[in-house]
Design a protein around this ligand. Structure first.
Ligand SMILES: *[C@@H]1O[C@H](CO)[C@@H](O)[C@H](O)[C@H]1NC(C)=O
Ligand SMILES: *[C@@H]1O[C@H](CO)[C@@H](O)[C@H](O)[C@H]1NC(C)=O
Ligand SMILES: *[C@@H]1O[C@H](CO)[C@@H](O)[C@H](O)[C@H]1NC(C)=O
Ligand SMILES: *[C@@H]1O[C@H](CO)[C@@H](O)[C@H](O)[C@H]1NC(C)=O
Ligand SMILES: *[C@@H]1O[C@H](CO)[C@@H](O)[C@H](O)[C@H]1NC(C)=O
Ligand SMILES: *[C@@H]1O[C@H](CO)[C@@H](O)[C@H](O)[C@H]1NC(C)=O
Ligand SMILES: *[C@@H]1O[C@H](CO)[C@@H](O)[C@H](O)[C@H]1NC(C)=O
Length: 476
C-alpha cells in the first residue's frame, strides 16, 4: 500500500466511525466531486443516489445567536437527518433584504444591500456546510429565488429601480387570529384589503431580473462572491469543496403565470448566460436551473438544453396546483394525487431520457390530515395524523425509485421541507420575526413541515436502505 493510499485508508476509517443511531456515514472527502455519467450521478464509491431533504434555513439556524441562530437545534436536526440516511440537503446560498425587518422573508438576510454581506450569516453558511460535510451530506446551493420569501429577484429589482415590491398574498404572523401570548401566531394570509398584489403583478415585477442589466450585475457579483468564499471553519474554498454538489441558478425561475415555451423568452437566454458564468467560476461542480418542470415538455427541453446545465429538476405540488384538497378526507382525493404524481414522475423522466440528462425530484409535499383541524384554532396543528401524506410519499418516492432502478432518469428525491423539532403549537418568533418552520416565511407555518417524529422520515430512511441494497445486489 502506498503512503497516499494508507493515509486515505486511515482518514476514511476514522470518519466511518461517526455513528448516528444504527447507521454509519462517511465524511465527505473534499476532492470527491459528484459527476454525471449518462443518466446517473456517480462519486468515488460508484452510483450516487440522492436521499435528499430541503433545509433552506440552514445558514440562519447555524448563524450566531445574535443573528437569531440556534446551533443546538442545527446539530440536533442534522444528526436526525443523518440517522435517516439523508445524504443531500437543498439549502439557500442567498437571501436579500435590508437589515431592517422585512415582511414575509428570511431575516436577517445574507446580503443587506448590493455587495454588502452580513458576515455572521455567511459564517452560518460556512458552519452549515462543515457540519453537513462531517455527516456525509452534500448540498444544492440555491443562488436566488423567484419568490418573495428570501428577497430574491424582486429585491434585486427593487434595488435597481427604487420601486416598492408588490408583494402577493403572504403569511402575516401578526394578523388575526392571534394567540394570547404575543409572538406565537397564529396569523393569516394577507389579502387585497391589506394591499396584497396578484401573483401575476408580482411575477412581472420579479421577472425583470432576466432583462435588467444592473440587477444581473449584482446577482453575478453574488455568485462570484459565494463561489470564491473561503469557509471560515474548515478553510476550504467553496468551489473546491465536494460538499457542494450543485449550484442552482434560482428557486423555480419561470416566466409569468401561463408563460409560453418560446425560445425567445428572456428566461432562456438568461439560463444560458448565468450557467455559462457559473461554469467558468466553478468547473468542478454541477449546475442546475431549479425548474419545477410543470409547464410541459417543450418548455422542459428548452430550459435544460444547455451543456452548462448538468441535470434537470422537478417539483410536484398537488395541492398548490389544484389536484388535491387537504380538507377532503376521501380516498378518491388521495388517489387523484397519487395518480397525478406517478404520471408527473413518468413524464418528466421520459423527457429527461430524451435529452440524455438525469433528473432530481427536488421538491414535493403534502399537508397533514388537516380535515381533522378544520374546526380547531389553527388548520395546521401538528396533532393531525398523516395517513394521506404517508401514502402519497410512498407513491411518489416509489415512482422515482422505479425510474432509477429501471431505465428512467431519476436520481433521487428531496421532500419539502425539514422542520425537525419545530412545532406550530410551541412556536415563538425570535427578535427577527422568524420561527424557522419547514415552511418559508410567506406561507402558513406547519403546512408542509416534516417533523422528526413523522412517519415520512421513516419512508425517507427505507428509500435509502432499499436503494443501497439494490446497488449492492447489482454490483453497481
Ligand atoms: C434552540 O434549540 C433547542 C433544541 O436544541 C431548543 O430547546 C431551544 O428552545 C431553541 N432555542 C430557541 C431560542 O429557539
Ligand atoms: C435609486 O436611488 C439611488 C439613491 O437615491 C440613486 O442613486 C439611483 O440613481 C436611483 N435609481 C433609479 C433607477 O432611479
Ligand atoms: C400584519 O398584520 C398586522 C395586524 O393586522 C398589521 O398591523 C401589519 O401591517 C401587517 N403587516 C404586513 C406587512 O402586512
Ligand atoms: C382580508 O383581510 C382583512 C383583515 O386584514 C379582513 O378583515 C377581511 O375579511 C379579509 N377579506 C377576505 C376576503 O378574506
Ligand atoms: C437544443 O440545442 C441544439 C443546439 O445546441 C438544437 O439543435 C436543438 O434543436 C435544441 N433542442 C431543443 C429541444 O430546443
Ligand atoms: C403526462 O403525459 C401525458 C401524455 O403526454 C399527458 O396526457 C398527461 O397529462 C401528463 N400528466 C402529467 C401529470 O404530467
Ligand atoms: C366542523 O364543524 C362543522 C359545522 O359546525 C361540522 O359539520 C363538522 O362535522 C365539523 N368537522 C369536524 C372534523 O369536526
Amino acid at each position: 500500500m502506498s503512503k497516499t493510499l494508507l493515509s486515505i485508508f486511515l482518514a476514511s476509517a476514522l470518519s466511518t466511525a461517526a455513528q448516528a443511531g444504527s447507521r454509519a456515514y462517511q465524511a465527505i472527502d473534499p476532492d470527491d466531486f459528484v459527476y454525471v455519467d449518462g443518466l446517473r450521478l456517480k462519486d468515488s464509491q460508484g452510483l450516487h443516489y440522492l436521499t435528499g431533504l430541503n433545509y433552506w434555513a440552514c445558514m440562519n439556524l447555524a448563524a450566531d445567536k445574535s443573528q437569531g441562530g440556534n446551533y443546538s437545534r442545527l446539530v440536533t436536526e442534522l444528526d436526525q437527518m443523518a440517522a435517516k440516511g439523508v445524504n443531500h440537503l437543498r439549502i439557500m446560498a442567498s437571501s436579500e433584504g435590508a437589515p431592517t425587518p422585512q415582511p414575509f422573508r428570511m431575516n436577517p438576510a445574507l446580503m443587506q444591500s448590493p455587495g454588502q454581506y452580513n458576515e455572521k450569516v455567511f459564517q452560518g453558511l460556512d458552519i452549515c456546510l462543515d457540519e453537513m460535510s462531517q455527516r456525509g451530506m452534500r448540498a444544492t446551493m440555491t443562488l436566488a429565488d423567484e419568490w418573495q420569501w428570501s428577497g430574491g429577484f424582486a429585491q434585486y429589482i427593487s434595488w435597481a429601480t427604487n420601486k416598492t415590491i408588490p408583494y402577493p398574498s403572504s403569511w402575516n404572523m401578526t394578523k388575526p387570529p392571534q394567540r394570547p401570548v404575543p409572538g406565537t401566531g397564529w396569523g393569516d394570509y394577507t389579502n387585497e384589503t391589506d394591499g396584497a398584489a396578484s401573483y401575476e403583478v408580482f411575477e412581472d415585477f420579479a421577472n425583470q431580473l432576466y432583462t435588467n442589466a444592473q440587477a444581473e450585475q449584482w446577482y453575478k457579483a453574488h455568485i462570484k462572491t459565494v463561489i470564491n468564499r473561503k469557509n471560515t471553519v474548515n478553510g476550504r474554498v467553496y468551489k473546491d469543496d465536494a460538499t457542494i454538489m450543485t449550484w442552482q441558478l434560482a428557486n423555480e425561475p419561470q416566466t409569468q403565470v401561463g408563460g409560453g415555451p418560446e425560445a425567445s423568452d428572456p428566461l432562456i437566454a438568461w439560463i444560458d448566460r448565468i450557467s455559462t458564468y457559473i461554469r467558468s467560476l466553478a468547473p468542478k461542480q454541477l449546475i442546475n436551473v431549479g425548474l419545477e418542470s410543470k409547464q410541459g415538455e417543450a418548455y422542459f427541453k428548452l430550459v435544460h438544453n444547455f451543456s452548462t446545465v448538468d441535470y434537470a429538476t422537478s417539483h410536484c405540488w398537488v395541492q398548490n396546483w389544484g389536484i388535491y384538497d387537504m380538507y377532503d378526507s376521501s380516498t378518491a382525493g388521495l388517489q387523484a394525487a397519487q395518480d397525478f404524481a406517478t404520471a408527473f414522475v413518468q413524464n418528466t423522466s421520459r423527457w429527461a431520457v430524451e435529452i440524455g440528462k438525469p433528473i432530481f425530484l427536488e421538491e414535493f409535499g403534502m399537508a397533514r390530515d388537516n380535515w381533522q383541524n378544520r374546526n380547531m384554532t389553527y388548520p395546521y396543528l401538528s396533532s393531525a395524523t398523516t395517513t394521506h401524506k404517508d401514502a402519497y410519499f410512498e407513491t411518489i418516492i416509489g415512482a422515482a425509485m422505479d425510474q432509477f432502478k429501471g431505465d428512467g432518469a431519476y436520481v433521487g428525491t428531496c421532500p419539502w421541507a425539514y422542520g425537525g423539532i419545530w412545532r406550530p403549537e410551541t412556536q415563538h418568533m425570535n427578535e427577527f420575526g422568524m420561527v424557522w418552520a419547514g415552511d418559508p416565511p410567506h406561507e402558513a407555518p406547519g403546512w408542509y413541515d416534516l417533523y422528526d417524529t413523522d412517519e415520512a422520515m421513516n419512508i425517507v430512511a427505507r428509500q435509502q436502505e432499499d436503494i443501497a441494497d439494490w446497488i449492492e445486489e447489482n454490483g453497481l
